[in-house]
Structures are given as structure tokens and as C-alpha cells.
Design a binder for this molecule. Sequence first.
Ligand code: SF4
Length: 327
Amino acid sequence: MKPLITVSNLKMHYPIKKVDSFTKYDLLKAVDGISFDLFEGETLGLVGESGCGKSTTRKLLLNVEPPTGGEVFYNDENIFTMDRSSLKDYRRNVQTVYQDPYSSLNPKWKVLKLVSEPLIVHKIGSRKSREVKVRELLSLVGLREQYIDSFAHEFSGGQRQRICIARALALDPRVIIADEPVSALDVSIQAQVINLFKDLKERLNLTYLFISHDLNVVKHISDRVAVMYLGKIVETASCDDLFDNPKHPYTKALIKSIPVADPEEKTAVAALKGEIPSPIDPPPGCAFHTRCPEAMDRCREIIPEMFSISGDHQVSCHLYTGGNKTV
Ligand code: SF4
């Protein structure tokens, strides 16, 4: 199957001014050479701790700023060198839902304006047809049509996120990049919004890049998962394979850290020790070696390559590329 979006060796290094040195800048390597495919109709979960580069990846995919290096292909065209017309088409087809449904909605606007704004910006439809579309979208995301004349502050967090989803769907996109879309919501509401995402994907044949730090959330919605650590992807696999048979020590630690319902359950331990190192001065070799219980000498010197374990299961770890462990 041909990917809808292909990300190739994408890098975003931000210059950070030094205070007292002959060298003017350090480099913050927010994204450091990531590659992945996003296939039509799938949900790819992108998971990792805060600060691992997930949200910078989202910004790059939305072409908010040019990358330091690498390419993103949509319809065989690099989005960073597209002409205006192709870029407009790309932006129409790739929409986003953000983490915070409170700050992403203008409190002075009514729902009609909030949801129809993308149509207005893209000069689509008449005033009347836009209102009809907004009513359809509200119904699609499980909100009553009469809310069209209400202000954002009149809604709960879950309802606001539904309005954000309706707005993201206004242009009939093919891809939704959802960046921590349920992390600001109460746990009781999270499941409802996740189910809405799943339902909309089936009904509208959508493709999702679902970014989250929460493995429980990612597990419930993803077809495949990519695990990020300090600006790099360290493991990708189908969702079932990743959770049943994780390979990278970081993925194993993340899975062990998932809270369990039973407080007596022994796996409910904080398996991941230590802080994530600074992306300004990442450790040499494997960036995870400072926290890895299985680190070897070579891990401190040599950056591991991505290695194919089987099918679509890939891992970047010396244990599988000449270390002391077999697949
Ligand atoms: Fe651990 Fe070495 Fe694998 Fe890195 S390469 S995850 S330090 S075993």
C-alpha cells in the first residue's frame, strides 16, 4: 500500500544562544532524523514522554516552519517545496486537533463562527450553505444543532473538544493530526472522545496521526505505534505487537509504567527512572543509555541504527544488532 504521507529523515534543530562562549549557539535537537509512513485509513500513534519531539513533529507536518533537514511527501510532493496551490490543498486536507479545547476556541465567538471559520478562510460556500454545514458537523460530533448560537465558555471540556473536532472536519480533510487531544479532559470524558475519534474515522475514512504521552490512550485507538525518545523514533510496530512483544528497553519501561486498576498488581511500578536528558546536550551513542538497565559499552559510543525485527516491527537498539540478545 502506498503511504498518504511519508516522512523522511526529518530534523528540527533550534539554535539556542549561549551566554559565555566563543561559539555563539548550542543546538536544541527537538527532532533528529525521524522517518515514518502514514498509510491511508490507519491511526498511527506517536508516543513518548513530554519533550521527546512529538509536538515539534506535528508543527513540521503542518508546515508551520521549515525544517533543518529532511522531507515530508504528500501525493509524491515535498510539502516544503510545494507551490502555493498545492500547499493550500495540503493544508485543507491535513487538519489538526489540539490539546487544550479551552485556549483553542475564541471565547467571543459563537459556535457558528468557530466551526465555519476554516470555510470562510478558504472562501468556501455562501453564508447559508456554511450554516447548513456547521449544523451537519455538530450533529456528526454528537452536539445539538441549537448550540450553533452558543459561546464556547458555555460548554464543558468534552463538548469544547467536540467543537474543535467539528472545526477540524469543516474542510473535509483526509488526515487529522491530533496532538494530545484528550489529555486536558477528565478521565470519564476521555473514553467518549476517543470513541468519537474512532467512529468518525470509520464514517469518514479518515487517517490519524495520534500524538500522546499516554500509552493507555494510544493503545485504544492506534493501528500502529511509533515510540519517540529525545527527538528520534526508537521503535515502530503494529499496536498489538508493540504491547504484546515490545523490544526496545524504553518501550518496555513505558509499558510497565502504565497504571493498572488493581493496586496489588506488581507491574504497577514506576519502571522508568531518571529524567529525560536535555536535547541541547544529548548523551553520545544511544541517547537512552543513561536510563537503560541493559546498556552495554557500545551503547555509550555508537548510535544504534533502525533494525527490522519482523514485518513492520522495527527497533533501534544494539541488543538486536550485534549485542547479546537474539530476536
Ligand atoms: Fe539500552 Fe543500549 Fe539498546 Fe540503547 S542501544 S536501548 S542503551 S541496550
